[in-house]
Design a protein around this ligand. Structure first.
Ligand code: FE2
Length: 667
C-alpha cells in the first residue's frame, strides 16, 4: 500500500514558560483511518495508510515527560497540517498540556451541530462539552443573584483561563506600589478625620492623572456635578423627568430662581429640560449602615432633580436625601451653602454604591461571568459563536474570583471596597445587588434602548452616549457579518440545539429565570441572535471600560466619590459647617485604602487585547476573517474621531475610545 506524506507544523504559544523538555507526539485522524503516532522533530512525515480521501479531522497531541519531570507543561497554540496535495489545515489548540494528558484538537472550520457529517468530529464535540461541564460548574453566589463558577480559589481554575505570568506579576506589583507605602507611613490604619482638604491633596501625588486634577479643581461646582452624571464614572443613573415622583414634592416656589423668568417646572418638564437621579435601590438600607472600626456609618437614598439651562448646562436644583418626604427630610437647594455641599456629598456616596455594586459588579463583571460560563459549557470550539466570543471572556473568571475573595468578602485581603471600608457593608451590598436584579432587564443592557428609555436621545454634551452608540453599531455590523455567514436563515438558528441550550442556561443561571428580565429563553431568528451577541460583546468590552477605567480619575479625589460617610444625613437646614463636612467624609485610613484599590482597578495591564484584536486565530473562513479586519478598521476610525473631538474639550472623554477598551472584563 502506498503511503501519503503529510507535513505537520506544531507551534508553541507565546507565553511564559510555554516550552517543554517533554517529547511531543502527534497522530493525525481522518475520516477513514488514522496515522501512526509520530514524535515531532523526528524529520519523519506522517503517513496515513488508510486515509485516502477526505480531509484531516483531528490531531492528537501527547507529551511524554523527559526524565520523569511531570510538571513540565507545554502550551501549544496550534497545529498546521499540509496534505500531499498541498492543502493546509489549521487546528487551533491554545491550551496547556501536561505530560500525562492527551489533547485532541479539531480542524478550524466552524460548524453547527446539525452540519456535522463525520462521526469522529461529532464525538469530539460531545467529549469537549462533557469535559468542560466537569471543569466549569455553576455555583450559587447568593440566592437571587447570578450564579458563578465553582472554584475554591483562582489557582484552582484550569490554566487556560488563568492570568498569564505577566498579568499576575504586574497586578501584584501595582497592588504593592499602591498599598505598601500607605502601610509604611501609617496612613492605612489612621482613624482620624482629615483636618483640611489641603492634606488630602498630599496623598497619591505621584499617581494623579490629568482628569484627577480636573475633578479636584471642579468637584464643588454644580455644573461639574451635572456633567459627571452624563460623562463621569457612572452615566447610568440619570433620566429625563416628565412628572415628579410623588415622594419628591419640589414646588415651583423652591426652584423658581433657577428657571428662566416666567417659567415653571411643568413647562420645563414638558420641554424636556428636567432630569432626575433617583437612588431608590438604597431605600431599604437607610439606617443599616456598616460599622467600621467601631464607628457607625450612614447611608442615604437621595432624589436629585436637575435642570438643563438655556446654555445647555445640566445643573442640580433640588436634593432630598431620603425617599420618604416630610419633616426631617428637607429639600436642599443650591442656595443652602454648606448644607448643599453636604447634600451633594450624600448623592455622590449613593452613586458610589450604585456604581460599584450595580453598574460595575453586577452589570458587567457578574453577567460577563455568566456569558463566559454558558459559552464554555455549551459551545464546543467548532461552534461559530464560541469562536466569536471566547476571547471576549479572557481573564473574566479569575478576576471575578479575586473580586469575590478580596473585595466582596468578609475577610477581604484588599481592604477597600470590601465591607470593612464601605458604608454599605457586606450584607448591605448583597441587599443592593438583589434590589438591582429586579431592574436588570435585557432592554437596559442594550444601549440604544437604554438611552431611549431614559429619554436621553436629545441632550447635548453626552459623550458616553455618542461614543457608545457608534461603538454599538460597529459591534453589531461585525456580529451581523460573521453570524450572517454561518446562519443564512432563521431555520439555522432554530436547529442549533447548542446555541439554544446556551441561551437557556444564561436565562436560568444568570437571570434566575426572571421572565420580567426580558432575557430570551430561546432564539427564533438570526436577528435575535445577532442582537444578543452584540449586547454580550458591548457589555464585556465598551460598557465595562466606561464604568471601570475612570475609577481613579473620578474617585481619586475622595470627596467626589466617598465610599463611606460617618455622620447621618442632615435633617434640617442651616447647621452644617465645613468641619461637619470633614467629620462626615471617610477617615484617613478608609480614604487611602479605597484610593489604593481604585488605583489598582484603573491600571491597564500590558497583557491586554484591545477591542477587535484577536491574536489567537480561531476562524479560517474568508468571510469572518474579512469581517474582523473591517471591524478593526471601523474601530480605528471611531478612535480617530473621538481623539479629534477630545482636542477641544477641557476634560476629554476617553473611556470609549476603542484604543482604551479591552476585549474582555479583565480587571
Ligand atoms: Fe472592573
Amino acid at each position: 500500500m502506498s503511503h501519503k506524506i503529510y507535513s505537520i507544523m506544531v507551534t508553541t504559544g507565546d507565553r511564559f514558560c510555554a516550552g517543554t523538555c517533554s517529547s511531543v507526539y502527534v497522530k493525525l485522524v481522518g475520516t477513514d483511518g488514522e496515522s501512526t503516532r509520530v514524535k515531532i522533530n523526528s524529520d519523519q512525515g506522517l503517513s496515513r495508510d488508510s486515509v485516502t480521501k477526505g480531509s484531516p479531522e483531528l490531531v492528537e497531541l501527547e507529551a511524554e515527560s523527559f526524565l520523569g519531570i511531570t510538571d513540565d507543561e507545554w502550551f501549544c497554540s496550534s497545529v498546521v497540517v499540509k496534505t500531499p496535495e498541498g492543502d493546509e489545515f489549521l487546528f487551533p489548540c491554545h491550551c496547556w498540556l501536561s505530560s500525562s494528558e492527551k489533547e485532541v484538537v479539531r480542524e478550524a472550520t466552524a460548524k453547527l451541530i446539525f452540519q456535522e457529517t463525520k462521526t469522529k468530529s461529532l464525538a469530539h464535540r460531545e467529549m469537549q462539552l462533557r469535559r468542560c461541564q466537569q471543569e466549569f460548574r455553576w455555583e450559587v453566589y447568593a440566592p437571587g443573584l447570578p450564579e458563578m463558577v465553582e472554584s475554591d480559589n483562582a489557582l484552582a481554575l484550569p490554566p487556560e483561563v488563568r492570568f498569564s505570568f505577566t498579568k499576575e506579576a504586574e497586578f501584584n506589583l501595582t497592588l504593592g506600589s499602591a498599598f505598601i507605602p500607605l502601610k509604611l507611613n501609617g496612613l492605612a490604619d489612621n482613624r482620624d478625620s482629615w483636618t483640611n482638604f489641603h492634606d488630602l491633596d498630599q496623598i497619591f501625588v505621584d499617581k494623579k492623572t490629568k482628569a484627577y486634577e480636573y475633578v479636584q479643581q471642579h468637584w464643588l461646582e454644580d455644573e461639574f456635578f451635572g456633567y459627571q452624571l452624563l460623562n463621569g464614572l457612572n452615566p447610568m443613573m440619570i433620566e429625563r423627568c416628565q412628572t415628579l415622583p410623588t415622594n419628591f414634592p419640589v414646588t415651583d416656589d423652591l426652584v423658581r430662581s433657577y428657571l428662566p423668568s416666567g417659567s415653571c417646572l411643568k413647562t420645563e418638564m414638558e420641554n424636556g429640560n428636567v432630569f432626575l437621579c433617583d437612588y431608590k435601590n438604597l431605600r431599604s438600607l437607610v439606617g443599616k449602615g456598616n460599622v467600621i472600626n467601631g464607628q457607625q456609618q450612614y447611608l442615604a437614598a437621595p432624589l436629585c432633580l436637575l435642570y438643563r439651562n438655556p446654555e445647555e448646562k445640566l445643573l442640580p436644583v433640588a436634593i432630598q436625601l431620603q425617599q420618604e418626604p416630610g419633616e426631617g427630610n428637607p429639600i436642599f437647594l443650591p442656595s443652602d451653602s454648606c448644607d448643599w455641599t453636604l447634600a451633594k456629598i450624600f448623592v455622590r456616596n449613593a452613586d458610589f454604591n450604585e456604581h460599584e455594586l450595580n453598574y460595575h459588579l453586577l452589570r458587567t463583571h457578574l453577567i460577563a461571568e455568566v456569558f463566559a460560563m454558558a459559552t464554555v459549557r455549551h459551545l464546543p470550539s467548532a461552534h461559530p459563536v464560541f469562536k466569536l466570543l471566547s476571547l471576549h471572556f479572557r481573564y473574566t473568571l479569575q478576576i471575578n474570583i479575586m473580586a469575590r475573595d478580596q473585595l466582596m468578602s468578609l475577610e477581604g485581603a484588599i481592604t477597600c471596597i470590601c465591607p470593612q471600608y464601605t458604608g454599605i457593608g457586606y450584607s448591605g451590598s448583597l441587599t443592593l445587588l438583589k434590589n438591582a436584579m429586579d431592574l436588570l432587564t435585557y432592554t437596559s443592557l442594550c444601549l440604544p434602548e437604554n438611552i431611549e428609555a431614559r429619554g436621553l436621545k436629545e441632550i447635548s454634551t453626552f459623550y458616553y452616549r455618542d461614543d457608545g452608540l457608534r461603538l454599538w453599531d460597529i459591534i453589531q455590523t461585525y456580529v451581523e457579518g460573521v453570524l450572517g455567514f454561518y446562519y443564512p436563515s432563521d431555520d439555522y438558528v432554530q436547529r442549533d440545539s447548542e446555541v439554544q441550550l446556551w441561551i437557556e442556561d444564561i436565562f436560568k443561571k444568570g437571570f434566575v429565570e426572571k421572565q420580567s428580565s426580558g432575557i430570551p429563553q430561546s432564539f427564533a431568528s438570526v436577528k435575535e441572535l445577532i442582537k444578543f451577541i452584540t449586547m454580550v460583546i458591548f457589555t464585556v468590552s465598551g460598557q465595562h471600560a466606561a464604568i471601570n477605567n475612570g475609577q481613579f480619575d473620578f474617585g481619586g479625589w475622595m470627596p467626589n466619590f466617598p465610599s463611606s460617610l460617618r455622620q447621618p444625613a442632615p435633617t434640617c437646614k442651616g447647621e452644617t459647617t465645613e468641619s461637619d463636612i470633614l467629620k462626615t467624609l471617610p477617615d484617613v485610613g478608609t480614604t487611602v485604602n479605597t484610593l489604593a484599590a481604585v488605583y489598582v482597578l484603573s491600571k491597564k495591564s500590558t497583557d491586554h487585547y484591545q477591542l477587535g484584536h484577536y491574536p489567537e486565530q480561531l476562524f479560517v473562513e474568508k468571510e469572518p476573517l474579512e469581517r474582523m479586519e473591517d471591524f478593526k478598521r471601523r474601530l480605528q476610525v471611531l478612535s480617530y474621531d473621538i481623539k479629534a473631538r477630545n482636542v477641544g474639550l477641557p476634560l476629554p472623554y476617553t473611556y470609549l475610545d476603542p484604543e482604551n477598551i479591552e476585549n474582555s472584563v479583565a480587571i
